[in-house]
Ligand binder design. Structure first.
Ligand code: HT7
Ligand code: ZN
Length: 874
């Protein structure tokens, strides 16, 4: 397969001004007629016109009304080349496609009997021949013709301009999108769907119709998504001054979808997992995810659609910025500290791991084989951290001036990450040239900090050294411009005023240091006593921080830091240190003993009167097995798992009464509510239940079963069931069967049933997962099912996946090969579970490598899987 390089980017030779599409949707096949108004841009005399196209049957082609002769063009599996074309012309192409047989879920396909599309990144070329690249922006008119009974709803982008009946039981709808857009934002939906209507009045007084389409049996699960959409629309007006621009905004939920959702202009298509919710079937986390994804896709209307990407190397232009915007939005809906903790946890667990492996790439990658493999944690989450750093550097007002300029300057254009930074730079008269390295340099930077207090001079010095490990293709790194938010605490836990050498006034509270050199020192004056340093507050940069804090300093920060993120972080650092110490003991066969100071601290936290109970629950949660693995030169999944379980058990034993009392005290009073306070209560109560279940005592098991049986919401049901799936006792079987019997008709709930079993600590988990792949509810063609079972097992259950026998690896290898011919995008995601293979012991390395080699050797693997596997074996 061919590698595409950023350095080879060239502006297109031809532009497409308007696109007229005509779809005849049939039961077996669909015909697509497109009429394109094309004009030449290139200076070169008359370059051939090369249109992208995949899996298309070409029926006819006409240029300015003349049928083209076969010698005038050439067709190959990925393109159609017209050797000679005039400067301006109309091209009419008719193609036939087979959406009902399209299991790739890219292009036009069917889900639950309804037609839908997914065109990002390069799916439009599976619908018709086109210049399928984001810098070709055209005005679309789309006519859809289909059987009226089967497909009463016919949707596309923009506004409905005509509709009517035909005499053969067919009907049609014609949609026009006034905004020029790249082909990846095209969408079409046809089917039998229930419509829910609402309205939003923009701040300038325009009425926008909000239509949400779901399958009829899901009617009762759409309220939360609609309310989230309205909150997101209002928020974008208030915080970014961005209004919606069409008269209608449509959302359609489908069950078969490769990712979370898609921001097609005026017609978002969603994985139903990110739309449908009611308390009986969706957990609090589901509700939060829906709110976040609904907002994310809505925010794309400006950061992505009105201003789009020049090429796919610029993907983070829209994704990094939009993730940052959705994170800000979600933080504003509840507890900002908790939201930051969740986001940082996610980043450090998955993006740091990506940055340290064979797929490491810059936020603006330099090359790719298959662009779908670059919808990564790095492009999305690290990309968002880059925007967050800009926010820290410019402050809220400077940042807003910068984004205003960016939107004004580039409205209707396809631009680069550099254009984004330039707009922020220009609006603030700043030089961000060194900062731009964040986009081009891969790897997680490391900060090594030492401190010195001089009592005589009342100065406090922080010496900071930054480095960044080599990554594929980038052996050496240049220093970055890093915002380091800090505070220094006095003995009462108050923030000291901070004055650097040469400054006349001090800043009280958090201040942002700007690092630029490989090594530099910051000297603070008038520091009356040795302070406790609170560094990297709110995780102001995506870096690893090494600072030799004493345990008592960490306990102090955990108790007193004004920055709530750093309070949590101090607790995490303590836990990491303790766990890694015990991991060593475990490896050396020594008895494990848990530090009593840690136990006492956990007890105090449980007894504290902190009102944000979700925050308390996060403090009580030990770092994940994946995150702990990041600290080991050779990852030992068994030692991490056993040690972590030992600590949970020890805490449960030592603090059993307190956990039990807190669990009781947090029992619900009154009816079910879903507000931040109630969600926090449920989270903390279920954290207590989780610890108590470590004791595996009959009374506690029956209490857990009791919660499982009587809870009036899915959060509490899943919390109980997720503990019951680990145990050997009879309650496990009973609960799993009861759950299945109750929810067998609800596909999204059954996904949870698959996941919980895939994540079980039990020794027989792999056997059970294998059995479940034959369960009637499991479908290899449905990505949610694959992710729920095989994805959860291979990416979320390190202790069982990395069984030293290699059986887990063989199982994954089998499924990658089974899935690849059906859905290469999802197969490539699955095979990525092997990415960190070189970080394990010799035995596991060999076993994982054998699977990678087996996959690499298989004839006709997709370029999606090929790229991941070959980079692993390079
Ligand atoms: N922009 C969307 C990305 C997406 C996607 C990419 C590749 C293949 C399938 C896909 N479905 C959606 C989603 C987003 O980030 O908002
Ligand atoms: Zn996005």
């Amino acid at each position: 397969p061919q590698t595409i390089d950023l350095k080879d980017y060239k502006i297109p030779d031809y532009y497409i001004e308007t696109v007229d599409l005509h779809f005849e949707l049939g039961e077996k096949q669909t015909t697509v007629r497109s009429r394109l108004a094309i004009s030449r841009y290139s200076e070169a005399k008359a370059p051939p016109l090369v249109l992208n196209g995949e899996a298309l049957e070409l029926l006819s082609i006409q240029l300015d009304g003349q049928v083209l002769d076969k010698k005038d063009y050439q067709q190959n599996p990925e393109s159609l080349t017209l050797f000679q074309v005039p400067e301006r012309f109309t091209l009419e192409i008719e193609t036939r496609i087979y959406p009902q047989d399209n299991t790739t879920l890219s292009g036009l396909y069917t889900s639950g009997g309804n037609f839908c599309t997914q065109c990002e990144a390069e799916g439009f070329r599976r619908i018709t021949y086109f210049l399928d690249r984001p810098d070709v922006m055209a005005r679309y008119t789309t006519t859809i013709v289909a059987d009226k009974k089967k497909y009463p709803v016919l949707l596309s982008n923009g506004n409905l301009v005509a509709q009517g009946e035909e005499d053969n039981g067919h009907h049609f709808a014609k949609w026009q999108d006034p905004f020029p857009k790249p082909s990846y934002l095209f969408a079409l939906v046809a089917g039998d769907l229930a419509r829910i209507e609402d309205e939003f009045v923009t701040r300038s007084g325009r009425k926008v119709a909000l239509h949400m389409y779901v399958q009829s049996h899901n009617r009762d699960k759409r309220e939360h998504a609609m309310a989230s959409l309205k909150r997101a629309m209002a928020w974008d007006e208030q915080v970014y001054g961005r209004e919606y621009d069409l008269d209608i905004y449509m959302i359609v939920a489908v069950d078969d979808f490769n990712m979370g959702a898609m921001e097609n202009k005026g017609l978002n298509i969603f994985n139903s997992k990110y739309v449908l919710a009611k308390p009986e079937t969706a957990t609090d986390t589901d509700y939060e995810n829906i709110e976040g994804v609904i907002a994310h896709e809505y925010f794309h209307n400006w950061s992505g659609n009105r201003v789009t990407c020049r090429d796919w190397f610029q993907l983070s232009l829209k994704e990094g910025f939009t993730v940052f915007r959705d994170q800000q939005f979600s933080a504003d809906q509840g507890s900002p500290a908790v939201k930051r903790i969740q986001d940082v946890n996610h980043l450090r667990t998955y993006q740091f791991r990506e940055d340290a492996g064979p797929m490491a790439h810059p936020v603006r990658p330099e090359s790719y084989v298959e662009v779908n493999n670059f919808y990564t944690m790095t492009v999305y989450e690290k990309g968002a951290e880059i925007v967050r750093m800009l926010y820290h550097l410019l402050g809220p007002e400077g940042f807003r001036q910068g984004t205003d300029l960016y939107f004004d300057r580039h409205d209707g254009q396809a631009v680069t990450t550099d254009d984004f930074v330039k707009a922020l730079e220009d609006a603030n008269a700043l030089d961000l040239s060194q900062f731009r390295r964040w986009y081009s340099q891969a790897g997680t930077p490391e900060l090594r900090i030492s401190r010195a207090y001089d009592a005589e001079k009342s100065t406090y010095t922080l010496k900071i050294k930054q480095t960044c490990p080599p990554t594929p293709g980038q052996p050496h790194k240049a220093p970055l411009h890093i915002p380091l938010a800090i505070g220094l605490l006095d003995s009462q836990g108050e923030d000291l005023p901070l004055r650097l050498a040469g400054e006349t006034t001090a800043v009280t509270g958090t201040r942002v240091l700007e690092l630029r050199q490989e090594e530099e020192a910051f000297v603070f004056h008038d520091i009356p006593c040795e302070p406790a340093p609170s560094l990297l507050r709110s995780f102001s940069a995506p870096v690893k921080l090494y600072l030799d804090l004493r345990d008592e300093e960490r306990y102090f920060l955990l108790a007193h830091d004004k920055d709530r993120f750093n309070r949590w972080e101090a607790g995490q650092q303590l836990a990491v240190k303790i766990i890694l110490g015990l991991v060593k003991d475990y490896q050396q066969g020594k008895p494990l003993v848990l530090d009593s100071a840690f136990i006492e601290t956990v007890g105090r936290i449980l007894e504290s009167d902190e009102p944000d109970q979700a925050f308390v629950a996060h403090i009580l949660a030990l770092p994940s097995e994946h995150y702990l693995a990041e600290f080991m030169a050779v990852i030992d999944p068994d030692a991490i798992h056993e040690t972590r379980c030992f600590i949970r058990r020890s805490l449960a034993k030592a603090l059993q009464e307190l956990f039990a009392a807190t669990y009781q005290a947090l029992t619900k009073t009154g009816a079910y509510r879903r507000d931040p306070k109630e969600m926090g209560r449920r989270k903390l109560r279920n954290t207590c239940l989780g610890y108590l279940m470590e004791l595996d005592e009959p009374d506690i098991r029956s209490q857990c079963l009791q919660q499982f049986n009587h809870a009036d919401n899915m959060t509490d049901v899943i919390a109980a069931l997720s503990r019951l799936v680990d145990i050997e006792g009879p309650e496990r079987k009973i609960a799993l069967q009861t759950f299945y019997d109750k929810w067998q008709e609800d596909s999204l709930v059954i996904d949870k049933w698959f996941t919980l079993q895939a994540l079980s600590r039990r020794q027989d988990t792999l056997a059970r997962v294998q059995e479940l792949t034959h369960h009637p509810a499991f479908k290899l063609t449905n990505p949610n099912k694959v992710r729920a079972l095989i994805g959860a097992f291979s990416q979320g259950n390190p202790a069982r996946f990395h069984d030293p026998s290699g059986k887990g690896y063989g199982f994954l290898g089998d499924y990658v090969l089974k899935l690849d011919p059906l859905n290469p995008q999802v197969a490539a995601r699955l095979v990525s579970a092997f990415n960190p293979w070189q970080r394990y012991d010799q035995n596991r390395q060999e076993l994982m490598k054998a699977q990678l080699e087996r996959i690499a050797k298989t004839p006709q693997i997709s370029k999606d899987v090929y790229e991941i596997v070959s980079k692993n074996l390079a």
